[in-house]
Design a binder for this molecule. Structure first.
Ligand SMILES: C[S@@+](CC[C@H](N)C(=O)[O-])C[C@H]1O[C@@H](n2cnc3c(N)ncnc32)[C@H](O)[C@@H]1O
Length: 270
């Protein structure tokens, strides 16, 4: 089950962590027994959670392909990047625009431990990882500024991150702080667990995460739309991940009809 060596001092392996549970959903090998156990419990709710993770990942890829392509974005800030999973965002962006510069940020030490694949960008561009907590947005921006020029457009990705940031932790204010630093023409890529779809299932998922010591915060469509204040939502708007520009899919993506209860969208800063 555990592909990484026995825990280093900075890893708490006895309780589930979002990055490692997500790794389990994606079929990765960088998780521990507690993560797999929570993953199994969540998947048992209706058997779709693994597919949701894959569809979320595919949404990130299609959004990045659009941004590096038609939208002409050359700078990417990916917060809550997760344990590296090929193809990572910089591969997608630099596959379209080799000069793309990418900064990944995550607060889980296991991501830092496996960050190596995130550090191999193209010679023309850049790809780097910063361990930081999004709840300290000033610090995140300061570190990212070593690689990114905030006077020029940046694509900010908050993909499957904000449902781990509570309102008490200031989710709205954090997003405001981050987007205020972005130049006009920047983009916001966001997906977040829906709170207005099958409430009983969602409540069970919240309870399961809570039992593992993780706060999960599903949000309604209106709450997610509010994160896009000051942005023009690109067509087709806020949708389930498989419905966001399926024409940009690559051959390995599967339209399997799975219901994917995440609100997902991309906006352009006015
Ligand atoms: C579900 S994973 C999503 C990974 C990736 N964005 C994707 O969609 O494929 C959520 C990630 O957010 C990270 N995360 C959760 N809370 C965070 C915080 N306060 N600051 C930084 N990262 C955080 C977790 O460690 C995890 O890697």
């Amino acid at each position: 089950m555990t592909a990484v060596p026995p825990a280093a001092g900075d890893l708490d392996t006895g309780t589930p962590h979002p990055a490692r549970v997500y790794d389990w959903f994606l079929g990765g090998s960088d998780h521990f027994a507690a993560d797999a156990e929570l993953g199994r419990q969540l998947d048992a709710l209706d058997g779709s959670t693994k597919y949701c993770a894959r569809h979320n990942r595919w949404f990130m890829r299609r959004a990045t392909r659009h941004l590096a392509g038609a939208a002409g974005i050359r700078q990417f800030l990916d917060l809550g990047s997760g344990i590296p999973t090929e193809p990572n965002l910089h591969r997608v962006a630099q596959g379209v625009a080799p000069q793309a510069r990418v900064v990944y940020v995550d607060n889980d030490p296991i991501v830092l431990r496996h960050a190596e694949p995130l550090l191999h960008g193209t010679p023309a561009g850049a790809s780097t990882f910063v361990q930081a907590d999004v709840r300290e947005p000033e610090l995140v921006l300061e570190r990212a500024a070593a690689v990114l020029d905030f006077d020029r457009p940046v694509a900010l990705s908050l993909v499957a991150l904000l449902h781990f940031v509570s309102d008490e932790d200031g989710a709205r204010e954090i997003v405001r702080h981050l987007v205020d630093a972005l130049a006009p023409g920047s983009h916001l890529v966001l997906s977040q667990m829906a709170g207005d779809w099958m409430p009983e299932r969602t409540d069970r998922a919240v309870e399961m995460y809570k039992a593992g010591g993780v706060t999960l915060v599903p949000r309604s469509r209106a709450q997610v739309e509010a994160f896009f204040e000051g942005f023009d939502l690109l067509a087709p708007g806020l949708v389930w991940p498989p419905d966001w520009r399926p024409e940009l899919a690559t051959d390995d993506e599967v339209r399997d009809g799975t219901e994917v209860p995440l609100h997902a969208g991309v906006g352009r800063k006015l």
